[in-house]
Design a protein around this ligand. Structure first.
Ligand code: AQP
Length: 327
């Protein structure tokens, strides 16, 4: 079986974009692959985060992975910092990554903002840590949302560069798996920006743990336009984003959806979308509550996951160290 690797940062609340762009796709095809899914806590410290929050978010994210349907019969789930080779290989890879490549990464520019002098170098080197995550496990496919395309491309370039430098297949060359639908869920407040965990305005995203009342309120105030026409139209990003979410949740075609709401207004459509969201998220939330209430079992599962993946991470790191003359 081909190997799949992906991960999410345990920062803030996991939102609908993370679910539709990533987790849901992992769940759908999990039985076809040898899967490794990580909670990337080392990535979460690239920006300031409260220690208690980081600790609890890590467990909450693991519980959400399981609640969304990841099954340990097909997947290994673990916490990145529990396998120390992630930090080790990042140093090795840093030494082979030209600064020019990192300067081109758009996510760094967005996240660093204006304050280039005080932002940590970890944020700058984030793509190298991510490359290490993927390469450690000789990964074939990396299922991610569209915003991660550039990072996976850089991972490929880095792996090819090192393989050819040492004339050996040290790393498998990975490929991004990006679906056409759900790859870029937009903010409910400003539909020209992607839905993002770090958005200071919670009305801009729906978290997987939002209750029905909150979902209703957020969808009701989601930005649309004054045309009041329920149709997919790239020139009207607000309604198109909401329609795309509805399309993924219902599995219907654009034509069927447009016909369903012909002659109806945004109010009717938003009510239907709210129902679908509640219907999708309620069972996830129920399972989540069961899983998170048994913390020892969850800790045990994460320990087992790290123990299972560690030997491969060690082998890959050793292979690289031997090639460059270390160890
Ligand atoms: N809006 C989105 N639409 C579709 N997919 C998305 N992803 C993130 N936002 C969207 C995908 O979710 C996975 C995990 O993301 P992450 O937490 O590791 O990275 P991120 O890009 O930092 O996530 P956020 O929510 O946008 O957080 P901030 O605000 O911190 O940047 C990835 O597969 C990502 O593509």
């Amino acid at each position: 079986k081909k190997r799949v690797f992906s991960g999410i940062q345990p920062t803030n609340n996991v939102h609908l974009g993370n679910y539709l762009g990533a987790i849901r796709n992992w769940v759908e095809t999990q039985d076809q692959y040898d899967n490794i899914f990580c909670i990337v806590d080392l990535h979460a410290i690239t920006l300031p985060i409260d220690p208690k929050e980081l600790h609890i978010n890590t467990r909450k994210l693991a519980a959400l992975y399981l609640a969304c349907g990841l099954d340990t019969r097909y997947c290994k789930l673990f916490v990145q910092s529990h396998v120390r080779q992630h930090a080790e290989i990042q140093w090795l890879l840093n030494c082979y990554t030209p600064m020019g490549w990192l300067n081109r990464m758009t996510q760094f520019k967005t996240k660093a903002g204006e304050d280039m002098d005080s932002v940590g170098t970890g944020l700058y080197c984030y793509p190298v840590l991510m490359a290490g995550d993927i390469l450690l496990y000789q990964t074939h496919y990396v299922p991610v949302g569209d915003d991660q395309r550039q990072h996976v491309e850089m991972t490929r370039d880095l792996a090819q560069r090192i393989n050819s430098l040492y004339g050996k297949q040290i790393f498998t060359i990975p490929e991004a798996q990006i679906r056409t639908s759900g790859a870029r869920i937009m903010s409910l407040e400003d539909p020209t920006k992607k839905m993002s965990k770090s958005d200071p305005n919670p009305s801009s995203y729906i978290t997987l743990l939002d209750d029905p009342k909150t979902i209703k309120k957020k969808i009701a105030r989601a930005t649309t336009d004054s045309e009041r026409l329920v149709k997919f139209d790239p020139a009207r990003p607000g309604i198109t984003n909401l329609l795309s979410i509805y399309q993924i949740l219902t599995g219907q075609t654009q034509e069927v959806i447009e016909a369903e709401f012909e002659g109806k207004g945004y109010g009717d459509f938003k009510a239907a979308l709210t129902d679908r969201l509640v219907e999708t998220l309620s069972p996830i939330q129920q399972r989540y509550q069961e899983i998170i209430s048994d913390m020892p079992a969850l800790e045990n599962l994460l320990k087992q996951g790290a123990d299972d993946v560690r030997p491969l991470a060690e082998r890959t790191t050793e292979k690289m160290k031997r090639a460059i003359g270390l160890g």
